[in-house]
Ligand binder design. Structure first.
Ligand code: PLP
Length: 412
């Protein structure tokens, strides 16, 4: 019997049901993954008991000798996997990492040029409902209407017109390779800082299957829990010592108090895992799976935003399928497939309804699925979306999805 089961049976029941859901539903949420047991063991360790305000070797609390080892390991390994000189591993989240970057070099009212949420950007890049949109003057950019991809000459034009202090590149729902070198050139033309937020693609970057922004951007932020497959959290890479000093001050004491030492330890484990051959193979397979799923859906008549994918995710524009993103998400869910509704570029519906769904392959790749399974999954998606009101067919599909998942155990 587990400790939780003994002390808190109500919570235990919820965790048990969630474990079953994670095992037997097909997770196509592009931002999720399955952390390893070692990552979770570090996350659930006694390191949670320790306060360690400050940085390794310069703490405001005694007794930090061993958590210093954990943080030093996380930093050394992060530097190695990203080929970076300065890394802060303390941010509690991706949004907090971005906030620390803004606060380290910008002032309220400064101009940030960043990707619009409805074109694939993230809330923390300047949405009016986020601190970023409330504190800074945001100049949003989007994809070209014709190609649904970034148009770098348009970006340069916009940067010259608006002279931002910072340009943010990186996205939550952009299926194409991002050219960080071109972003650097644009930032240099207008004297802006460049922040690359690689929360989604960090694992691909580490494995060398996506261009790295580290040689180009002044700051690189990432979450550690998406393709990177670590615990929930953030990291910040800085280009120079001076920028790194500003980042350290912005994270602590600027934005946070005590770092989460158990999470930092789990980040150290994840970075070690990211050095393995298996991790690299999984990232390569993640992209292969995304390309296969995308191709199969396209052949079935689905309108794939930008016509394809270069990374771990794809966006389906459902306008030609006569179904909204919200209804498609519900039909997929009844079929045992978990995905999220998503706005598409030049969206006409509200973010609660949307015209699209976002599909990603990191989680199903971690559990071992390959091209053959992607072909099956494309069939199931088609069945769910074209029979969204037929509960019998959705339920039959759900049985097939459960059988598929049981062949690729996550933790069992
Ligand atoms: N940046 C990007 C590009 C993201 O996609 C996300 C999360 O989805 C974040 C930042 C924020 O991460 P968190 O949820 O840890 O705040």
């Amino acid at each position: 019997m587990s400790y939780i089961e003994k002390i808190d049976p109500e919570l235990f029941e919820a965790i048990k049901k969630e474990a079953d859901r994670q095992e037997y539903k097909l997770n196509l949420i592009a931002s999720e993954n399955y952390a390893s047991k070692a990552v979770m063991e570090a996350q659930g360790s006694i390191l949670t008991n320790k306060y360690a305000e400050g940085y390794s070797g310069k703490r405001y609390y005694g007794g930090c000798d061993f958590v210093d080892i954990a943080e030093d390991l996380a930093i050394t390994r992060a530097k190695k996997v990203f080929n970076a000189n300065y890394v802060n591993v303390q941010p509690h989240s991706g949004s907090g990492s971005n906030m620390a970057v803004y606060f380290s070099v910008l002032h309220p009212g400064d101009t940030i040029m960043s990707m619009d949420l409805s074109h694939g950007g993230h809330l923390s890049h300047g949405s009016p409902v986020s601190f970023s949109g409330k504190l800074f003057n945001i100049v949003p950019y989007g994809v070209s209407e014709k190609t649904e991809m970034l148009d770098y000459s348009e970006l340069l034009k916009k940067a010259k017109e608006n002279k931002p202090q910072m340009i943010v590149c990186g996205a939550s729902a952009y299926p194409r390779e991002i050219d960080f070198k071109q972003f650097r050139e644009i930032a240099d033309e207008v004297g802006a800082y460049l922040l690359a937020d690689i929360a989604h693609i960090a694992g691909l970057v580490v494995a060398g299957v996506h261009q790295s922004p580290v040689p180009y951007a002044d700051f690189v932020t990432s979450t550690t829990h998406k393709t990177l497959r670590g615990p929930r959290g953030g990291i910040i890479i800085s280009k120079t010592e001076e920028l790194a000093t500003g980042i350290n001050k912005a994270v602590f004491p600027g934005l946070q108090g005590g770092p989460l030492m158990h999470i930092i330890a789990a980040k150290a484990v994840a970075f070690k895992e990211a050095m393995s051959v298996k991790f690299k193979q999984d990232q390569i397979q993640t992209v292969r799976n995304a390309k296969t799923l995308c191709k199969c859906l396209k052949e079935k008549g689905f309108d794939m935003v930008s016509g394809g994918t270069d990374n771990h995710l794809m966006l389906v524009n459902l306008n030609n399928m006569n179904i909204t993103g919200k209804d498609a998400e519900a039909a997929l869910s009844k079929s045992g497939i978990i995905a999220n509704k998503n706005t598409v570029p030049f969206e006409t519906r509200s973010p609660f309804i949307t015209s699209g769904v976002r599909l990603g392959t990191p989680a199903c790749t971690t559990r071992g699925m390959k091209e053959t399974e992607m072909e099956l999954i494309a069939d199931y998606i088609e069945t769910a979306i074209t029979n969204s009101e037929n509960d019998r067919i959705l339920s039959e599909t759900s049985d097939k999805v459960r059988e598929l998942c049981s062949r690729f155990p996550v933790y069992c």
